[in-house]
Design a protein around this ligand. Sequence first.
Ligand code: SAM
Ligand code: SF4
Length: 329
Amino acid sequence: MKDQFNRNIDYIRISVTDRCNLRCRYCMPSCGVASVPHGKILTFDEIVRLTQRFAEVGIRKVKITGGEPLVRRGVLDLIREIRQVSGIDEVTLTTNGVLIGQQPELAYQLAEAGVSSINISLDTLNRARYEMLTGSDGLDDVMRAIDACCSIPNLKAKVNAVTLADYNRDEVAELAALARDRNLDVRFIEMMPIGLGKDFKGYGQDWILKELEAVYGLAAMDENDCRGNGPAVYYRLEGFCGRVGFISAMSHMFCGECNRVRLTSEGLLKPCLQYAGGTDLRRLLRNGADDEILRDAIREAIYNKPQHHRFLDEIDDEMEGQGMSFIGG
Ligand code: SAM
Ligand code: SF4
């Protein structure tokens, strides 16, 4: 459906858990956060019922996220059910990759359950830095996960690296090189000032592109898929199998073309990741709302999606105070 600014909203990110097996410094405190009690997390039946309503108002694509979505028991069954919801054309997943690396058959099972694309988050190829950033010695697992995903036909693989001035500025060429011999896209995601991310400095796409061109030669913008499914812009580098992409919410604001909303694991429908609160769909579900009431609440939330984020305004009232593990990225 269209929102009040005539944007077509057809994509939802569904966070299936607030829990995670890593502690990325910009996302979760090293001591963790108090987990949401199980009873407050949406059940699979509730998620599927909401997905049916989302589909009825025009949502076509679902991204499963977290926390770490693969730590939720039974997530394959949930994915299978979501994929079968009438109107949902695409189910994708974002993960830190650790569990796939430990059980590479999981990549196949995810594809078999209906996942067509997996984003694997990896910010550094340096083992000590990886451990410092995530609190875990899981770099080998993530590399195994990347190769497991790349080996499956019909499964698109992407690596997402957040730009962290103090951690990976000197690694952009190496990170991009993951796409040289593999058929995957490496995307650089600009650090956003949300939760603990406020304390980290990022860097922008123009600088990265110059750096990559200095090493690999001129990059050509991939016009075919430039704004296909979302905010990423893609470039091709000479001799690379895959592409390099940029998601630059800060330096290249893309809110005018935003196509997405978010559902937290507690059932809050958030029309924009930066603003606090949202529509409490769990309350409606558990108070016996019928399908029409749910649909109307979803329609109203989507219609009233804010025009743009206000990261650059440095104002705190109304702004999201929760971390990214709560919102789902
Ligand atoms: N655990 C999964 C993962 O790491 O992919 C899914 C959830 S995680 C919150 C989703 C994505 O959000 C990750 O790629 C992570 O790097 C990114 N992220 C977390 N905090 C961020 C921030 N402040 N700015 C930009 N991206 C962020
Ligand atoms: Fe966990 Fe993903 Fe957050 Fe890292 S970015 S702590 S893997 S939810």
